[in-house]
Design a protein around this ligand. Structure first.
Ligand SMILES: [Zn+2]
Length: 296
């Protein structure tokens, strides 16, 4: 049974959606989880709030297609407000969290904007809701409307937050964001990755963040950080050991975006006492593979 679902970004491809507000499609993407009554959390990828891209063929004889505008509601400015444009991260997050009691997604602190999905959740013990089993940190790794990076402000936020909730680093910490950091590139050279990484897909090069502002150094030095999970590269699904932690990809799950490789999801299995973090890939057809123990 699944207790919690994490959407690791690029939930929608907003680059050329011909509607006023892409929240409609976002809502469709999370609807299977909601229908099963499973709580979830989401972070943003580089495609979620990408700006509208005008296809060149619209300027040829086919012309520009008719824009689909939602029916004006009382709070809506109406037709003149309906134009080809992207939907902002804040609009997407507002829509998800306001309409879903099962959503644990959050707007991060304002001082971290333009990155939005920065927050932490305590994973509680099933027998004692006060006792923490692990802390799950969610970051917005940028892209779309601004550069693909974990900012220095986000590094400071993590340091302050972790010192506050887990001062002695006794509780394990697990990290989620969308775009792999540069260390992902270093840890798995394309033709060498299979030797020391665990996974089934090594189909492309790591497309890493544009810059490194110190977050990896902080994680390396904090022994409670056990693993980082990212999405972004549809042709990669591996976990590689990196210093004393693990760098992992999820698995291409959705039907949008590039690539037509078989879909699956990365499963995390967390045991409380003694603590262990185990992971594997579960394919859409139910097959499982690439099991790895990330912490025990
Ligand atoms: Zn991406």
């Amino acid at each position: 049974m699944t207790d919690f679902v994490i959407y690791l970004g690029d939930v929608i491809t907003a680059n050329n959606i011909m509607i006023k507000n892409a929240s409609l499609y976002w809502d469709q993407a999370v609807s299977p989880t909601r229908a099963k009554g499973i709580p979830w959390a989401s972070v943003f990828g580089n495609h979620d709030d990408a700006s509208f891209e005008w296809p060149m063929e619209w300027f040829s004889a086919t012309g520009i297609p008719h824009l689909h505008c939602p029916a004006p509601s009382t709070s809506d400015a109406g037709a003149e407000d309906c134009s080809f444009r992207g939907t902002t991260r804040l609009e997407l997050m507002k829509s998800e969290t306001e309409h879903n009691t099962l959503s644990y997604s959050m707007n991060g602190p304002k001082n971290l904007w333009p990155s939005v999905s920065n927050y932490v959740h305590k994973l509680s013990s099933s027998s004692d809701s006060e006792a923490a089993v692990a802390y799950m940190y969610f970051f917005d790794s940028g892209g779309g409307s601004y550069p693909e990076v974990i900012s220095s402000a986000q590094v400071n936020w993590f340091q302050q937050k972790s010192a506050e909730v887990n001062p002695d680093a006794r509780i394990p910490e697990i990290i989620f964001w969308h775009i792999p950091s540069k260390e992902y590139k270093n840890v798995a050279p394309r033709f060498d990755a299979r030797k020391h990484c665990i996974g089934s897909m090594f189909m492309e090069d790591v497309a890493a963040q544009e810059a490194e502002m110190g977050i990896m150094k902080v994680f390396e030095e904090r022994h409670s950080v056990k693993a980082i999970f990212v999405g972004h590269n549809h042709g990669l699904d591996w976990c590689c050991p990196y210093k004393k932690l693990w760098l992992c990809f999820a698995r291409h799950t959705g039907y949008g975006g590039y690539g037509n490789w078989p879909r699956g999801a990365r499963i995390l299995d967390i045991n409380q006492q003694p603590f262990s973090l185990k992971s594997w890939i579960r394919m859409e057809d139910g097959n499982v593979h690439s099991e790895v123990i990330l912490s025990s």
